[in-house]
Structure formats: structure tokens, C-alpha cells
Write a protein that binds this ligand. Structure first.
Ligand SMILES: Nc1nc2c(c(=O)[nH]1)N[C@H]1C(S)=C(S)[C@@H](COP(=O)(O)OP(=O)(O)OC[C@H]3O[C@@H](n4cnc5c(N)ncnc54)[C@H](O)[C@@H]3O)O[C@H]1N2
Ligand code: MOO
Length: 402
């Protein structure tokens, strides 16, 4: 179709203009959910010493089956020394293995004697049992975490156990979410019959916050060229990324592309062969700031945000392809869905796992891209390529969650 680029072309153009956001150092407690920007090397061998794995006694393995207890090896204490093969030390899980010991017998396989323990009659042990050897998990200076991973629970534990009190993470891009339109009024306060409450900024902020983007400022500007230029100029000075909604189609008051042009934001593309969201505009300026001007209709704005803005923001954190959730999940259609011959179609769906583990998408189309009251019952949308024939039941399609 004339002047329209495909979904894949739009994605590739955005990727080409996506820069790494840079890094910052934060305390470990603030690194949760952030993306690592450096390599973490092991501070020391893990375990750092031969470690007792069961509460019981530590012995030096021999034919002896009865032992005199010389003392107790507690966790957090330096190693005691085992004198002979008929001696033992009571040893606690997590303690260092006493010098001279090589084997641990769990307490439940022991019978107490006057001055120590004997093994249960039928108990057979293996030399070296219940000892976790120093360095069995990792060695000092091993690479444990690579840049570009999301700091989830296991990664945070690894950082902590290696003394990383301060962590170098990708800086979160600062994002302005700008609603445009005279008809828009705030959530709170009165609303007249011809007015609309601003919802796009909350939907967009929700999609971003769910992915860890929290440096967000919401702005509004009416349908006035000079005011639009002024607000966009301030937003460009303060933020890395601008997400606008509304004002990008053909209306007499759709000032956004012209205002951005005046401020030196170069258009990379305008309009994508898709529904909803066809009028989307994307541009950048010489400092590498990205401007996503999304169509105002709420379903269009949110769909474009999830399909294009979210992957670009994730990529700017340096997330690897398998870490980012950027690769969409493939699902199978549960019922047929109409397609459009010349446009890709994004169809809201609910998803469920069937008994065989296949994720099935149940189409739940909305009446128009302005009707979103029932969108909350959906989980995301599937992406159907242009086509004359309906997409049949069981057809595989990429799914993007809200
Ligand atoms: N002559 C043409 N008209 C339109 C075309 C076209 O190709 N030729 N495209 C249509 C399509 S498709 C869309 S989508 C819309 C996009 O228009 P705009 O981006 O200029 O958006 P607005 O006109 O400002 O608003 C559209 C609609 O959305 C409501 N809206 C806007 N912002 C918000 C918000 N923050 N929260 C809630 N609702 C919002 C607004 O009130 C309008 O109802 O253009 C078609 N027209
Ligand atoms: O393509 Mo517009 O984004 O449907 O209403």
C-alpha cells in the first residue's frame, strides 16, 4: 500500500535508532528487576571451604564404627582438628569440615553412647559423604553473571554472595508520556458531555511500569501548535524518550508531526500497514532521543506501545534477546479470526494453556480502536499477517501480552 511500511520494517527502523541508555551504580537493594551492565566475577571459591551438609558427626573414614566426641564444630567458627579414627566432632550443617575429617554421618543414623556415638548396625556409609567440597559450585574469578541479564531473585542472591553491595546497572531511560487533544480532561474532577477522560497515559504507564520502567512523567497539551511546540521542547530537554498519543492523523488540529519537525526531530517513518495503529509516527533527533507518536485511539495507542515502544525501551537497557521478553510467544488460535488483505491485524485475545501445554489464543476483538471498555478482559493481542483468507483455528501467531 502506498506510503505504508510493514510491521517488520517499522520494527527494524526503530531497532536501528535504539541506543544503549548508559549505566549507573546503585545499592544492591535498588538493583532488583534492573538489568546488569557489567560482568560479575566470583569473589572466591564457592563453597569457600569444604562444607558439612548434614547435622551429625564429622569423622575420618576407617573401619571404626564407634567414636568419642571431642567437641562441636559450629557454623561460623574456624575449623577444629580431629585427632584420630575413633574420634569425632559433632558437626552442624554449613560448618567448615574439621581438619583431619573427610566424612559426615547424619545424626539419625547414630546411636548415642556414654562418651560419643556408634553407627547404626546396618548403616553403610561412603567416604566423603555429605561434604560439599570447596570450589564445587564455582571458582574464584569465574564469570558468574554477564551484562544484559535481568536481575531476578537468583541473580540477586549471586550478587549478594559475591560482595556486590553496589551494582552497575543499565540506566532507565527517562520517558515523557504526552497526551494531546482539547477534548481530554484529567481522571479526577468533572467531565462534560463532549469531553473524554485521559486514559492513554495510564495505560501506557502501566505497560511500561510492568516492564520495570518507572522514570515516567505524564504531560498534556491541547490542540494548539505553539503550545504543542512549547511542551514538546520542554519534554525533549528533560527526557530520553517521548511517547505521544493523539494528533498524528489527518485532522486540522493534528499538529504533532509538524511541531516535532520544528524542534529538529526527524521523521523516520509515518504510517504502518496495520490495524489498529496505522497512523503511528516515529522520529529521532541528533542527540538520539526517540519520539513515538502513537495514534490517539486507546486500543491503537496501547497496541503500538506494546508492539514497538516496549521492545525499543528494553533493547536500550542492553537486554539480551532471551532475557528481555522481546521475542513474542507463539500461540495457536482457538477460533478463526478475520484478516485484512493489505494490513497486518492486531487482534485482542485471551490466552489459556490447553491440556497438552499448548497456549491457545481466544480472539476477543473490540468494536473499534476507540472502544476499550472490554479490553481489560484480554491478556494481549496476536499479530496476523495481511491476507485474504481468515486465519484458521490452530494457526500459529505471535502473541504480545499487555
Ligand atoms: N482522514 C483520516 N482520518 C483519520 C485517519 C486517516 O487515516 N484519515 N486515521 C484514523 C485512525 S486509524 C486513527 S487511529 C485516528 C488517530 O488519530 P490521532 O492520532 O490524530 O488521534 P486523535 O484524533 O487526537 O484522537 C483519536 C481518538 O482517541 C481519543 N484519545 C486521544 N488521546 C486520548 C487519551 N489520552 N485518552 C483517551 N482517549 C484519547 C480521542 O478523544 C479520539 O476519540 O485517526 C483516524 N482518523
Ligand atoms: O488504525 Mo486506527 O489506529 O484504528 O483507529
Amino acid at each position: 500500500m502506498d506510503g505504508l511500511i510493514s510491521v517488520a520494517q517499522a520494527q527494524a527502523l526503530i531497532e536501528r535508532h535504539t541506543l544503549f541508555s548508559g549505566s549507573e551504580t546503585v545499592p544492591l537493594a535498588l538493583a532488583r528487576g534492573r538489568v546488569l551492565a557489567t560482568t560479575l566475577r566470583a569473589e572466591r571459591d564457592q563453597p569457600p571451604y569444604d562444607r558439612v551438609m548434614m547435622d551429625g558427626i564429622a569423622i575420618r573414614a576407617s573401619a571404626a564404627r564407634a567414636f568419642e566426641t571431642l567437641g562441636t564444630q559450629q557454623a561460623g567458627r574456624p575449623p577444629l582438628t580431629l585427632a584420630g579414627e575413633t574420634d569425632c566432632l559433632a558437626a552442624m550443617t554449613g560448618a567448615v569440615l574439621p581438619t583431619g575429617a573427610d566424612t559426615v554421618i547424619p545424626i539419625e543414623r547414630l546411636v548415642a553412647t556414654e562418651n560419643g556415638y556408634r553407627l547404626e548396625d546396618d548403616y553403610v556409609f561412603h567416604v566423603g559423604q555429605f561434604v560439599h567440597r570447596r570450589g564445587a559450585d564455582c571458582h574464584r574469578d569465574d564469570n558468574l553473571l554477564e551484562p544484559g541479564i535481568r536481575l531476578d531473585a537468583p541473580a540477586l542472591a549471586v550478587l549478594a554472595s559475591n560482595g556486590a553491595a553496589q551494582v552497575e546497572v543499565a540506566r532507565l531511560p527517562s520517558v515523557a508520556i504526552i497526551s494531546t487533544g482539547d477534548e481530554l480532561v484529567p481522571v479526577e474532577g468533572p467531565v462534560r458531555a463532549w469531553e473524554i477522560r485521559r486514559s492513554n497515559e495510564h495505560a501506557i504507564a502501566g505497560a511500561l511500569a510492568a516492564r520495570g520502567f518507572t522514570c515516567l512523567e505524564a504531560l498534556w497539551v491541547g490542540d494548539d501548535m505553539d503550545a504543542t511546540v512549547a511542551v514538546l521542547e520542554r519534554a525533549l530537554a528533560a527526557h530520553d524518550v517521548l511517547i505521544l498519543s493523539g494528533g498524528v492523523s489527518m485532522g486540522a488540529f493534528d499538529h504533532v508531526p509538524a511541531a516535532l519537525g520544528r524542534l529538529g526531530v526527524q521523521r523516520v517513518f509515518h504510517k504502518i500497514a496495520q490495524r489498529p495503529g496505522k497512523p503511528m509516527w516515529f522520529g529521532t533527533d541528533v542527540q538520539g532521543r526517540r519520539v513515538f507518536a502513537l495514534p490517539g485511539n486507546p486500543v491503537s495507542a496501547l497496541t503500538c506501545c506494546v508492539r514497538y515502544v516496549v521492545p525499543s525501551l528494553l533493547a536500550s537497557l542492553g537486554l539480551g534477546p532471551h532475557e528481555s521478553g522481546m521475542a513474542p510467544v507463539t500461540v495457536r488460535l482457538d477460533t478463526p479470526a478475520d484478516r485484512i488483505p493489505t494490513l497486518a491485524r492486531f487482534v485482542p485475545v485471551r490466552v489459556r494453556h490447553d491440556a497438552s501445554g499448548v497456549v491457545r489464543a481466544i480472539p476477543a476483538p473490540v468494536p473499534t480502536s476507540g472502544d476499550f471498555s472490554h479490553l481489560a478482559a484480554t491478556d494481549g493481542f496476536v499479530e496476523l499477517p495481511p491476507g485474504r483468507e481468515p486465519a484458521e483455528t490452530d494457526m500459529a501467531a505471535p502473541f504480545h501480552g499487555w
